[in-house]
Ligand binder design. Sequence first.
Ligand SMILES: Cc1ncc(COP(=O)(O)O)c(C=O)c1O
Length: 342
Amino acid sequence: MTFDFARFPALDGFPRAGLHHGPTPLVPAPRLGEALGIPRLLLKRDDVHPLGVGGNKLRKLDFHLGAALAEGVDTVITFGALQTNHGRQTAAACARLGLRCELVLTAAVPRSGEAYERSGNIPLDLLFGAGVHICATAEDAVAKHEELVADAAADGREVRSIPVGGSDPLGVLGYVDATRELALQLAELGVEQARIVGPHASGATAAGLALGTASLGSLDLDIACVSHPLDEATANLASLVGGAAQLLGLDLPKLDHVWMNDTTIGEGYGIPASGTWAALRLFGETEGVVLDPVYTGKAAAALVEWAAAGRYSRDETVVFVHTGGLPGLFGYAPEFMAAVRK
Ligand SMILES: Cc1ncc(COP(=O)(O)O)c(C=O)c1O
């Protein structure tokens, strides 16, 4: 068995913004693989991209902003936590496309202080020219969004609002496309079967991988919940996969090849656990690769835990999807320093 590219859904009917420039690197991680007992470990480096410090949101934004450009939109509004990577990438993409960007951010994570409130992604949002609106509660964020939409209408501007994390059925297509890209890279290496490991937060990354792998076959998917507990994440994944399948005119796929767990979520979204920092150190010390403490650090902690539990066989190819988040690490500068200080 190998990948069934003939069955893969066509995505050319959807306008794209042209943010994505060819495949992101797929690189071997031999020293990390040796430490984990996974000799054939590869990293899919979606953190490496020339725009806005990179990350997984650019793939979703390619579709969201493609639709915005096709509709003649000039103002984009989106949402997130204070240290949202999605907001920073939206700001960068809007700068590149000449669109106005408004970020409605909610202080949703129990973190404060100079690093969290004034470093990391926040100055980058400003650098890329976004309007940054910080709200204390979800209700305030709804009211701010309404105000921004009303202001735009009064100015005669056309708005597109993108949901948290870019996660709706259209955003899922970004990672459907990524799955094909990854399978082509694997095929080029002579790999006919593999297991992908990645994170779930707002869900479109995992949903796109789930739908893409369902179409291609020969790929299994292990998903680490980093934001929502397993029951909520499972329902969210099913709903996004269903919505994207409908958008693509596909039958609802079986997801027997997808396994999810929330064992490394710790106390919750945005709160790093000790295993998170241990995973950051391991990736840094073995491969010189930097993770973040909110998303990739928790997904990597899951990879470490699942490998130790014997989930991966020595002859299996495992691909860890590095989804970015580097700037967010500096929002946690004091904890980061404490975690790496000898
Ligand atoms: C660096 C990083 N990794 C992973 C994710 C999770 O992706 P998704 O929201 O599509 O589940 C995010 C989302 O915010 C992110 O910023």
